[in-house]
Every structure is written in structure tokens, then in C-alpha cells.
Design a protein around this ligand. Structure first.
Ligand SMILES: [Zn+2]
Length: 242
């Protein structure tokens, strides 16, 4: 499988980073995890047909995680009419928000092939390529927030989404169950707190994403020898082959 970073910034884009958006590709099928980046534009520039998109998973309804989604959905609805994918959102009001966007900006009703739905914790998606489980975290008192455990091609990846400032919601299953890749945010807590969690975490590779301030990347990488798993930081357009 191939993981490509469309956006690796924290809540605000920079001159070299879009907001959070990660694409996973397996056997020609594509999946997006958060759409803070202009994913429609990036799919087009990279030559990825909209018809290859199978599902979009949103960790929470903050703008830096959904900002690119209305345009992706709108173009899929009226122009790229061979596209057919699910959009899984953590709250029903997210579904309503997107339905209203399409209603207000387009004369066309939302096609049935673009299926919006909300989810709760647990298994939320399964097809011939991937299985996705949502794990609830305590990022914000005003929006429901999740991380995603993805199984694909016999490997396991965990996307943390955004977590709480004291990291009490760092998923405990990561201490017992090995993951091939952990993609973690580093915007809402200090490097030292993350390292406390990572010290006993069974992740073969740990990828830093959504980091604020970006100086924390160097601070974390300077301590990489403390970890058993390989630690690295993602930049926009980076590709990981698993
Ligand atoms: Zn965020």
C-alpha cells in the first residue's frame, strides 16, 4: 500500500504545508483521512481519478480537517459523475453541513453514489482492501473526535487524529498491540508527554504529522534513539510504502 501526505500542517497552513489530509492507496483504490487540504485540486494535479476514491474518513469537524471536503464533494457531484464513494463523518451535523453546502451551491441534488453518513466508535468501514475502526478521543468539548485504526494488506496503521492536551486519551491498545505505522499529531501537547506514551507503545514506525510549533519536529527527532520504533516527520507530498 501507499500512503501519501496531501497536507501535514497543524491548524494553519504554511508556505510549504496544507492542513491535515492523508491518502491511502491499495490496489488502485484510494481513501482519504481528513480533508484539510484542497484534495480535489491535489487529486487532479497528481493525476488520481476521482473514480478511484472509495471512502473519506473525517476525525472531527474542525476546519483544518474538513476545509477541502465541500469542494471535493461538489466536484464529485456535478462534474466527476463516475465517482462513487462514502464520506464518514463523526457527527450527524457534519452530514447536514455538507448536504446544505451542495444544496446552496448547486442546482443538482447530491447523487446517491456519494453516500454521507455519521459514525460512532467501533468498526465503521470494511471493503475488499481495508477495514477501519474509529477510536474515540477527547480532543475537544465541542466536537466529537476520533482516531482511526486501519487494517490493509495484512498491516495495521493508526492515525491519532487530534488528541487532548494532557494525552489521557492516547489509545491504550497501542501498548498491547503492534502497529506497523503510527501517524501521530504533535500540536496539542509537549514532546516530552508524547515520548512518555511512545516509550511503551508497540509501533514499528512513528510518523509525526500536524505539528505545532514546527520546531517540535527537531526536538522530537533529537530524542529518536529513546524509542524502539523508527521515528520520522512527514512533509507534504511525502510517500510511505508499506
Ligand atoms: Zn487539527
Amino acid at each position: 500500500m501507499r500512503i501519501e501526505f496531501f497536507g501535514t500542517s497543524h491548524g494553519v497552513p504554511s508556505d510549504i504545508r496544507y492542513c491535515n489530509c492523508i491518502m491511502l492507496e491499495s490496489d488502485g483504490s484510494r481513501y482519504l483521512f481528513d480533508v484539510g487540504a484542497p484534495a480535489a485540486d491535489l487529486m487532479t494535479r497528481k493525476g488520481y481519478p476521482f473514480s478511484s476514491l472509495k471512502a473519506v474518513f473525517i476525525t472531527h469537524l474542525h476546519g483544518d480537517h474538513i476545509g477541502g471536503l465541500p469542494n471535493l464533494l461538489d466536484l464529485s457531484n456535478w462534474y466527476y459523475r463516475d465517482s462513487a464513494y462514502r464520506v464518514l463523518l463523526p457527527e450527524e451535523r457534519g452530514v447536514t453541513l455538507l448536504q446544505q453546502y451542495i444544496e446552496v451551491t448547486s442546482a443538482l441534488p447530491l447523487r446517491e453514489a456519494l453516500a454521507l453518513s455519521s459514525f460512532e466508535a467501533g468498526e465503521i468501514y470494511r471493503d475488499e482492501h481495508i477495514t477501519v475502526r474509529a477510536v474515540e478521543v477527547a480532543h475537544s468539548p465541542t466536537v466529537k473526535s476520533f482516531g482511526f485504526l486501519v487494517e490493509c494488506e495484512g498491516k495495521r496503521i493508526y492515525f491519532t487524529g487530534d488528541m487532548c492536551h494532557d494525552l489521557h486519551d492516547f489509545p491504550t491498545f497501542l501498548y498491547e498491540n503492534e502497529v506497523d505505522l503510527l501517524i501521530t499529531e504533535l500540536a496539542h501537547f509537549p514532546v516530552s508527554l508524547l515520548f512518555e506514551k511512545l516509550a511503551t507503545c508497540k509501533a514499528k514506525r512513528i510518523c509525526l504529522n500536524h505539528v505545532y510549533p514546527v520546531g517540535k519536529i527537531d526536538e522530537a527527532l533529537a530524542r529518536r534513539a529513546e524509542l524502539t520504533g523508527e521515528l520520522f516527520a512527514a512533509c507534504d507530498n511525502d510517500i510511505i510504502l508499506l
